[in-house]
Design a protein around this ligand. Sequence first.
Ligand SMILES: Nc1ncnc2c1ncn2[C@@H]1O[C@H](COP(=O)(O)OP(=O)(O)O)[C@@H](O)[C@H]1O
Ligand SMILES: [Mg+2]
Length: 620
Amino acid sequence: MSVEADPAQNKPLPPSLAESGSVASRQVLPGSADEQQIRPGAFATLWRLRRWGSHFRWSILTMILAATLAMSAQTMIPLIIGRMVDGPIADHNPSGIWPLAALALLFGVAEALLFGVRRFAMTRASLGIETEIRRDLFAQLQRLPVAFHDGWSSGQLLSRISTDLGTIQRFIGYGFVFLFANVVTILVVLILLIHLQVWLGLLVTLAILPVVWATRNFEKHYGRDARRAQDLTGDLATSVEESALGIRVIKSYGRGPEMIASFKRDAEVLRAAEITKISTQARFWSVLEGQPQLVVAAVTCLGVLAVAHGSMSSGQLVAFLTLCLRLIWPLIFLGWNLAVTEEAITATQRIFEVLDTEPAIVDPTQPRPLAGAATIRFDGVHFHYPDSDVEVLRGVDLEVRDGETLAIVGATGSGKTTLTALVARLYDVTGGSVRVCGEDVRHVALDDLRSCISMAFEDATLFSATVEENLLLGRPGASEAEVAEAIDIAQAHFAYDLPEGLQTRIGEQGLSLSGGQRQRLALARAVLGQPRIMVLDDPLSALDIHTEGLVEQALRRVLHASTAIIVAHRPSTVLLADRVALLVDGRIAAVGAHSQLLAENPTYRNLLAQEAGLEVGHDG
Ligand SMILES: Nc1ncnc2c1ncn2[C@@H]1O[C@H](COP(=O)(O)OP(=O)(O)O)[C@@H](O)[C@H]1O
Ligand SMILES: [Mg+2]
């Protein structure tokens, strides 16, 4: 068994969900924008996109070629105008204009056509790449273990899979092509200028140097500013998501104004970050915009002098000036390009922070089959969560025999949920081992392991899908009769009375269900198709006593045929089990029959007495 990597070490930026403070309090996380060396090889970062880019290499080549040719066609036109001035116009020969005009028109039409070709290739490549990255990113999120998701806020993931991918798409579609085409245009124009008039051309080249300096300076600052703004956007997305999910709590406690105030503060921080970003951009752009105007003014004066001295023809001056004007747009565009490129670099970094995380829970190199009898064994199991040093489980030894049902009873926070999560390897133990069917779970293929275990969790999560689809999640090929039986066991008959029966859409955008209804559907999902091993984490907590009684009766049948762990806190549920294990502070304090523990163990008695009292109250 290879030592599993600590997932915590693979998280470059863990904006923890637990930190629900203001954005400001979250900014100084490791890897965030503030103190870090932001750009470890900007080119190397973008180069990593080639993994997807190579699938679209022809489109990308077409894109670059079309953009470069279009830019070249554009630069030809000033030269033709220069010829017109020096030729037909100087010679007072109007008919000589037509061939040159036709040539100019030809270049104009070529440019327009190339524009169309580039747009087409661009759409194909940039949207294609965006889709592929999004697919891979989502697949990676599915592969990464629960521990990863514990440490990352959903807003950060959401902003990466939406905003950052959009930025990359923009970069591939425009930024990168025009970065290339603009640099080529600027170089070609400079060469043509030098060719037309050496010293005037060199002067313009020299005058471009401040722009190069401004560019370098800009890159340094803009990269940092962009990263900060992107991280803050992710944090803000988390706030929106949390408040949408928690809207009932917020409303019932009348916390709306506070939430608005806190959101406003966060939005202000984001606004400030965006303004910093934009002022960096504005400073840069004013150089880009202003400087060429000065150059053109200077060139006009010097050019007129040159024409007066006869070292330049007027046609050449016209061509020179028109070419100079052609420099302005690529230079300004260069600024935009660099901004998009910087944003794409940080977006790429943010995406690779997720993609580079090695899933800590993976299949073994030589998986073993689950051939033995359906047993579950905990051998000296220790466990602490990746982000804390506190041991939740401190040496658990426990065995569930083939066909047996074991109830786990313990106070809140004693580690019951944690213990159940280890069986299906949602987390890996930090000490000892968990064996299913006699095999260490780390030696079994994850698919094999998880297909023989079915689970129901405390919080019954249902997806935005039909009731039937939600049920079949547990066992895709299950027959109609099996579904009906599962519904029967979980006492979820209400599902037939929904507007469209089992085809009714439930979940976030669908019909809202009560907590008890959700829990019964989740239980039906778990018992569907008579799984060999069941792990049920307090599956009846939200049910009223009457329904609970009905579910228990039916559940007894299923439990009889499976090996099961059931976390319970009511005596009636405990009675479903053959044996009970008492979990106290991460250790098994006692194991035995319910009646035996009740008689011998005061802690157990105390734990269940409150519930029992409650039930008497209900019955009475
Ligand atoms: N994802 C997590 N990250 C860090 N600590 C956790 C996490 N989940 C639970 N804990 C902690 O582990 C302890 C045991 O939790 P849990 O297994 O849920 O207890 P129980 O189900 O018995 O109420 C608690 O102290 C809880 O705060
Ligand atoms: Mg629990």
